[in-house]
Design a protein around this ligand. Structure first.
Ligand code: SF4
Length: 325
């Protein structure tokens, strides 16, 4: 991977390939993806549903469900390849150093235990403190994620909390062990806009306070604009563009990114562009550039030759034959 900055990245994903072996054939959900997450950075992964961004995050956590399998690549975390760790080593890193929050906290919060119990458990397990100290720390974490009446909330069961409070409790649970990398997969999609803004602000504050890095997965460019430092755009299992957020919005290079941003007026009245066609099935992707069937700027070479990722300007990479040198 072309180096993004001079710093050593916290996470360096190299040529990651995660395939699903289905009865219909091999679904290449993630097919040769490269990107880095720097220390104390919020890196956004954006793309339409099914582009491979969630499978990328599950691959990092070693939580790819069957029939999925990581078939190639490296996931270097602090220089160590996570794909070479034993199950036991990975379980110990997960929860202690890598944590993940999902779109629906109900899938991660256990309905039969109070929020406080679930936040205290990992603290007790990982920090070796007493039950009483663990509970105190859990209440303090609930306060840190800006829930009023933290002691009361700690005694509540998940179904007694609102969607926003459940998501905050989930964040408290994940942050209680001070992970170096927090993966947040569509953390605000199920929430209304006001709560969404509050949760994103909370993630940003917590990143600044604790020095964690965040990998934020979303289909929503507004969420990227509001929270991220850098962003990677995925299309059909491939990374097509990586840039700082300012650069991506001011100067998108890839035709798909331009389409996503709706930045090309299609008529004199300045109507916004829509991308024609639909995303090809990852089971049968085009031979060359995967965006070829939908790209208004496609050339003959794009049909059979897949473009490589190249750095066009500092920290701005794109995979598209329009930028072949
Ligand atoms: Fe379009 Fe060709 Fe670029 Fe693909 S490589 S996005 S088809 S111009």
């Amino acid at each position: 991977m072309i180096s993004m900055t001079d710093e050593k990245p916290l996470l360096d994903v190299q040529n990651l390939k995660t395939y699903f072996y289905t009865e219909e054939g091999i679904v290449k959900a993630v097919d040769g993806v490269n990107f880095t997450v720097q220390q104390e950075e919020i890196f956004g992964l954006v793309g339409e549903t099914g582009c491979g961004k969630s499978v990328t995050s599950l691959s990092i956590m070693s939580l790819v469900p069957p029939p999925g399998k990581i078939v190639d690549g490296k996931i270097l975390y602090k220089g160590k390849d996570l794909l070479r760790l034993s199950k036991r080593q990975m379980t110990s890193i997960r929860g202690k150093e890598l944590a993940m929050i999902f779109q629906d906290p109900m899938t991660s919060l256990d309905p039969v235990y109070t929020a406080g119990y679930q936040i205290a458990e990992p603290i007790i397990a990982h920090q070796g403190v007493s039950r009483e100290e663990g509970w105190k720390e859990a209440v303090s974490m609930i306060g840190r994620v800006k829930i009023s009446a933290p002691a009361e909330t700690a005694r509540a069961f998940p179904h007694q909390l609102s969607g926003g409070m459940r998501q905050r409790s989930m964040i408290a649970m994940m942050l209680s062990c001070h992970p170096s990398l927090l993966i947040a997969d569509e953390p605000t999609t199920a929430l209304d806009v006001t709560i969404q803004t509050q949760i994103l602000a909370l993630l940003k504050n917590l990143k600044e306070e604790s020095g964690s890095s965040i990998l934020l997965i979303t289909h929503d460019l507004a969420v990227i604009a509001e929270s991220c430092d850098r962003v990677g755009v995925m299309y059909n299992g491939k990374m097509v563009e990586i840039a700082t957020v300012e650069d991506l919005f001011a100067n998108p290079l890839h035709p798909y990114t331009k389409g996503l941003l709706g930045s090309i007026p299609t008529g004199t009245k300045g109507e916004l562009m829509t991308i024609p066609g639909s995303v090809p099935k990852p089971i049968d992707p085009p031979a060359g550039c995967r965006f070829y069937p939908r790209c208004a700027q496609a050339m003959k070479t794009c049909e059979n030759s897949a473009p490589a990722m190249v750095e066009i300007e500092k920290d701005h990479l794109v995979a598209c034959h329009l930028y072949d040198i």
